[in-house]
Design a protein around this ligand. Structure first.
Ligand code: EPZ
Length: 426
C-alpha cells in the first residue's frame, strides 16, 4: 500500500484551483443510466471513486471515455443489470446504481454494501422507500448478501424519511424520474450534491421541484435526453485546503471555490481565528495566530456543519489555545483519527455519551508514523503533519486518493514539503 510523507513546518502560500466535486460526480455518473443518450460531464475529478463508478458503467454496457477532466458517457445501450459484488465492496457509492438501474431497466441485482471504518452504513432507508414504489426486493442467496430488485413498473408514492439521508434521497429521485405518477419526498436531504443531481436530471428533461428543500416532488416522465453538464467544485476539498492553510499560519488564494455551499465551514473556520476574505468564486485564507478553541462543534445534515469536515477541524483544534468539544452527529465511528493524532502528541479524549471528542490544545505536534483509516481522516492527518515538527508518514494513503485528485501536487504547489511514496514505510 502507498503512503504520504510530510516534513512539517512550511507555511502554505500561493494560489490553488479547487477540483470538481466527488460527491456530485458519483450519483450523476450513476444517473446517466437513466437517459438513453450521451452525457458530457465537465470538471469531473479524476479520483479513484470516479474510476470505480466508470468501471461499473462499462460493465453494464455503457461507453465511457475521458478527455482531460471531461467524461463522455454513452448510455444508449445497457446490457446488464448486475452490479458485481467486487464493485460494491470496493466502493459503497455503487449503491447509486440501485436507483438508476431500477429506474431505467426495472431490475437490478446488487450486493448489499458493507459498512466502512466510519460506520455500519445500512441501506434500510433506500430499500424501504423503493419498496413503496412497487419494487419487489428479494435476496438471491441464503447469506442474504445479494439483493435482486424488480418491478413491472415503478409507481410514484409518498416517501417519508426519518433521517435526511443523502444517498437514500438521491436513489429515490433516480427511481422516480421515469416512473408513473408523482413521488413526494418528505424530510429529503438538502445537501448541495442532491441539488446538483436534480439540476442534472432537470437538464435531461426530468420534472423535479423543491430542490434544496426538505420537500421534493418528482413527476415521472417518459424519457430523458442526453445533456452536457458541468460539475461544481468540491466543497470538502476546498474546506480541507482552507484548514491546511490556516493551520500552517499561511496565506493563500483558493480559486473556483463553491462558496455558496461553504457557509457553515467558513463560519467555523473564522471562529478558530483565521481570516477568510471571499469574492466571486475565490477566497483568501490567512492566519497569524494560534487557533482559538471551539466550545462545541456538532456535525449535522446540511446546512449544518458537514461531517466530512469533522476530522479536518479536529486536526487544527489539536493546536488551539484551549479546550474544544466535537460531537459527531452523523456517523457512529468517525473518530478513527484520534489514536493517530495522539501518536503525534495530541491530547484528545473520547466520551461515548454524545459521541464526543474533547480536544485540549497543545503547542505543537510532532512527526510520527500514522495510518489513514478513511478518506477524510487521511486528509486530516496530512493537515496535522503539515503543522508538526519533523517528519510524518501516513500509511494506507490510497484512501486519500479516493477523494483528492492529487493532494501532494496541490499542497506542493502551495509550498508544502510532501510526497507520495508508492511503498508503505515499515
Ligand atoms: C453521503 O453518504 C456522502 N457520500 C458522505 O461523504 C457524507 O458523509 C454523507 O452523505 C453525509 O453527508 C457521498 O455522497 C458519496 P447518509 P451517505 O445516507 O449518502 C445512516 C465522503 O467522505 N443511514 O446521509 O451514505 C448512515 O449510517 C463521504 O465523501 C441509515 O441508517 O450518507 C449515517 O449514519 C463519507 N440507513 C447517516 O444515516 C440508510 O439507509 C447519514 O447517511 C442510509 C443512511
Amino acid at each position: 500500500m502507498s503512503s504520504i510523507e510530510v516534513i512539517g513546518g512550511e507555511q502554505l502560500k500561493g494560489e490553488l484551483k479547487i477540483q470538481g466535486s466527488k460527491n456530485a460526480a458519483l450519483p450523476i455518473i450513476a444517473a446517466t443510466i437513466l437517459n438513453k443518450g450521451t452525457t458530457v460531464l465537465k470538471n469531473c475529478p479524476k479520483i479513484l471513486d470516479v474510476f470505480y463508478m466508470v468501471e461499473i458503467l462499462r460493465s453494464l454496457g455503457c461507453i465511457a471515455t475521458w478527455d482531460g477532466n471531461t467524461l463522455y458517457i454513452d448510455s444508449t445501450t445497457v446490457t446488464s443489470t448486475k452490479v458485481s459484488d467486487d464493485s460494491v465492496q470496493k466502493m459503497r457509492s455503487s449503491i447509486y446504481f440501485l436507483g438508476a438501474l431500477i429506474g431505467r431497466c426495472h431490475e437490478v441485482t446488487i450486493a448489499y454494501p458493507g459498512g466502512c471504518s466510519i460506520g455500519k452504513r445500512p441501506i434500510d432507508f433506500h430499500l424501504n422507500a423503493i419498496k413503496k414504489m412497487n419494487v419487489i426486493q428479494e435476496f438471491e442467496d441464503e447469506e442474504e448478501t445479494i439483493l435482486h430488485c424488480y418491478t413491472s413498473g415503478i409507481t410514484g408514492n409518498d416517501i417519508f424519511f426519518d433521517f435526511p439521508s443523502v444517498g437514500a434521497t438521491q436513489n429515490v429521485i433516480m427511481a422516480a424520474v421515469l416512473s408513473t405518477g408523482t413521488t413526494r419526498i418528505f424530510n429529503a436531504a438538502r445537501e448541495p450534491e442532491v441539488i446538483e443531481l436534480c439540476d442534472y436530471l432537470i437538464e435531461a428533461g426530468a420534472r423535479i421541484c423543491g430542490k434544496g428543500s426538505a420537500y421534493l416532488q418528482v413527476e415521472g416522465v417518459k424519457n430523458l435526453n442526453g445533456v452536457e453538464f458541468t460539475l461544481s467544485s468540491d466543497r470538502i476539498v476546498a474546506g480541507t485546503y482552507m484548514t491546511a492553510i490556516a493551520a500552517t499560519y499561511g496565506e493563500a488564494l483558493l480559486t473556483d471555490v463553491p462558496l455558496k455551499n461553504l457557509d457553515s465551514t467558513i463560519r467555523i473556520l473564522r471562529k478558530t481565528g483565521c481570516n477568510i476574505d471571499i469574492s466571486n468564486d475565490n477566497c483568501k485564507i490567512s492566519s497569524v495566530r494560534r487557533p482559538l478553541p471551539i466550545e462545541l462543534l456538532k456535525t449535522q445534515p446540511y446546512p449544518g456543519f458537514p461531517t466530512d469536515m469533522q476530522s479536518q477541524l479536529m486536526s487544527i483544534l489539536c493546536l488551539a489555545d484551549g479546550k474544544s468539544t466535537i460531537m459527531e452527529g452523523i456517523f457512529e465511528s468517525r473518530y478513527q483519527n484520534v489514536p493517530e493524532l495522539v501518536k503525534m502528541g495530541a491530547d484528545i479524549e473520547l466520551e461515548a455519551i454524545g459521541n464526543k471528542a474533547i480536544i485540549t490544545g497543545v503547542k505543537h505536534l510532532h512527526g510520527a508514523i500514522v495510518d489513514a483509516h478513511d478518506l477524510r481522516g487521511g486528509a486530516a492527518l496530512v493537515i496535522a503533519a503539515l503543522t508538526a515538527q519533523g517528519t510524518t508518514v501516513i500509511r494506507e494513503a490510497t484512501s486519500v486518493e479516493r477523494g483528492y485528485e492529487d493532494i501532494c501536487r496541490d499542497l506542493n504547489s502551495l509550498g508544502a514539503n510532501i510526497r507520495f511514496c508508492s511503498e508503505n514505510v515499515a
